[in-house]
Design a protein. Structure first.
Length: 94
């Protein structure tokens, strides 16, 4: 392995991983296509925003999320009673 940038560990791995924590309501809105993921902004936005942008790569629906890699979701409740969902994907990207 050759170090190119000082203080940074890099590998030639082609695997990819993602982890996102949502409220239960955000998760339900994402699955119901009320929210979409804005890849450029890194956040969930109102699905109506998709029609205002012609860049096909920018937004990611729940269905598109599930079509890319192996996905997972896990529901949990915080000690304060908040209902949350963790979603993510993993797989080979190359």
């Amino acid at each position: 392995m050759k170090q190119i940038r000082r203080g940074v560990f890099e590998t030639n791995s082609s695997s990819t991983h993602s982890l996102t924590i949502l409220t239960k309501q955000q998760f339900e809105d994402y699955k119901g296509n009320k929210l979409i993921f804005d890849r450029y902004g890194g956040e969930l936005v109102d699905a109506k925003n998709k029609s205002a942008d012609t860049d096909e790569y920018r937004f990611w629906t729940w269905t598109e999320f599930g079509d890319c890699y192996e996905t997972y979701s896990q529901k949990f409740t915080t000690p304060s009673g908040d209902e949350m969902v963790v979603i993510g994907y993993y797989g080979y990207d190359g």
